[in-house]
Design a protein around this ligand. Structure first.
Ligand SMILES: O=C(O)CCC(=O)C(=O)O
Ligand SMILES: [Fe+2]
Length: 465
């Protein structure tokens, strides 16, 4: 696709003008989120959208309420149009072959279209822009990489665009370099796209090009395939569930040397008090609340030592956004884990908060991964878990962490870390450390923080081409 033909497409001014006139009406009638609020953003066009329609309007102010909704809708339309304009400039107003496609800007543009709720998005304006652009971009692999990477980074919930993209990439990826294939794989894996034709094409295109990849990129490609259950065994084999013995033995030593209570002689499980202050705990919870990160806890890989599915009814929030790593409470936890467990900080996974309301629980499971677990590609096996309780639960309120095979039960105590190894000294995952979170029995909420340590550094590749 050349700059000229892209320009020509957008020169269909009359069609566009007609569409622009109709789109606000379409949006007003079809957009269900008139109460939408803007998220923090660096994109200038989004600053104008800090409009919230107040629920529970008094009868006398119904008109005012409607007017506010109308105003919000108008701003939303203006914002969408502005975003499409920028989108068009970014992808059409330049040579597609430019290596300087502004991915952060593209991502921001997509974020303007992402609904705050988990609902799938239907945006006529974006539909049109993407339907026009994606097929035209088919010969420009680098532009496709930038576009799909931005769609993934923005978590664009727009099925038609993903399907169009999958159609084009499945057909055109033979011409892609190994690095570009990795970028495609990462994006589609992040979006959870399982299409067989797409993954077959990506894997076939990668065969013979593997040597072009850095170790981090190889891991990213292998992880991407495994993440959507399209394991690239021909190219990479299986990930190993057995951790490196040296890393495992060192981890055991570090846990044994921890201060705090020794809970059993069979496996070094320690309860270390005073790891976090209550304020730091609150700051972590606020971080998740403010960014609306809570969602039903994932049950993927949640199995007991025999491989039976676990019941997990809690909510989780992963503090993985790069901006969150700068938060003082996040940093305090990461530094503590790295120092006390004697691993570099990049062995520590993104922190995962867990929240249990009354009646919620996590039944018996292990934290280590099985060979088919895609995450084994990223930093290898989880050698240890540090579970930090962010609040205390009174006696009789349930919520304890229980290791039934070891006869150990621990009541949550604010700021204390329960630390245990997931592998033995030779690196083999341990069944003995199977555990569960007992149901919370009182009308209270339990908060805890999972700090998982991997056997090696987590790769630095984050979908950047
Ligand atoms: O909440 C607990 O006590 C245990 C949590 C847990 O085991 C997990 O999230 O993997
Ligand atoms: Fe666990």
């Amino acid at each position: 696709m050349t700059q000229q033909s892209c320009g020509q497409r957008w020169r269909h001014r009359r069609r566009w003008a007609l569409f622009a006139a109709v789109a606000p009406v379409l949006l007003l009638s079809r957009h269900p989120k008139l109460s939408f609020t803007a998220t923090q953003s660096t994109l200038p066009l989004r600053r104008s959208v800090l409009v919230r329609c107040q629920p529970g309007t008094q009868p006398s102010t119904i008109d005012a309420g409607l007017a506010a909704k109308l105003q919000a809708a108008k701003e939303r339309v203006a914002q969408a149009k502005e975003a499409v304009k920028l989108f068009r400039t970014e992808l059409c107003g330049r040579s597609f072959l430019s290596p300087e496609i502004n991915r952060p800007l593209l991502t921001e543009i997509f974020i303007t279209f992402v609904p705050k709720s988990a609902a799938a998005m239907r945006e006529p304006i974006l539909d049109k822009a993407l339907a026009d652009l994606i097929p035209d971009m088919r010969r420009d692999v680098e532009a496709l990489v930038a576009l799909v990477g931005s769609m993934a980074a923005a978590r664009l919930p727009h099925e038609p665009a993903w399907q169009l993209m999958a159609d084009v990439v499945a057909k055109e990826c033979r011409a892609a370099s190994a690095r570009q294939l990795t970028a495609f794989a990462w994006a589609f894996a992040t979006a959870g796209e399982p299409r067989q034709d797409l993954w077959d094409s990506l894997k076939a295109a990668m065969a013979g090009k593997l040597a072009e990849l850095s170790p981090d990129e190889q891991v990213t490609f292998a992880w991407s395939c495994a993440e959507v259950n399209q394991h690239a065994r021909d190219l990479f084999g299986d990930a190993s569930a057995v951790a490196a013995p040296a890393a495992s033995a060192q981890m055991l030593e570090a846990i044994q040397a921890l201060p705090g209570e020794v809970l059993t002689d069979q496996v070094p499980i320690r309860l270390v008090p005073g790891v976090l202050t209550e304020e730091q705990g609150q700051a972590l919870i606020r971080l998740a609340d403010d960014a609306q990160l809570w969602s039903q806890s994932s049950r993927r890989g949640a199995r007991d030592a025999e491989g039976e599915d676990a019941l997990r009814t809690s909510s989780s929030a992963v503090l993985s956004a790069p901006s969150m790593f700068g938060n003082p409470a996040v940093q305090a936890v990461r530094t503590w884990a790295s120092k006390l467990l004697r691993v570099p900080e990049d062995f520590v996974e993104a922190l995962q908060l867990v929240r249990y309301r009354q009646g919620q629980q996590y039944s018996t499971h292990v934290d280590w991964g099985r060979p088919q677990d895609a995450s084994l590609w990223l930093g290898g096996q989880r050698t240890a878990t540090a579970l930090i309780y962010l609040n205390s639960l009174p006696d009789g309120c349930g919520g304890e962490t229980s290791f039934d095979r070891l006869g150990v039960t621990v009541r949550p105590k604010a700021g204390a870390a329960l630390v245990w190894p997931n592998v033995n000294a030779s690196g083999h995952p341990q069944e003995l450390v199977e555990h569960r979170a007992l149901p919370v029995l009182c009308d209270t909420t339990k908060y805890a923080l999972n700090v998982w340590i991997r056997e090696k550094a987590l790769p630095t590749y984050v979908g950047r081409a």
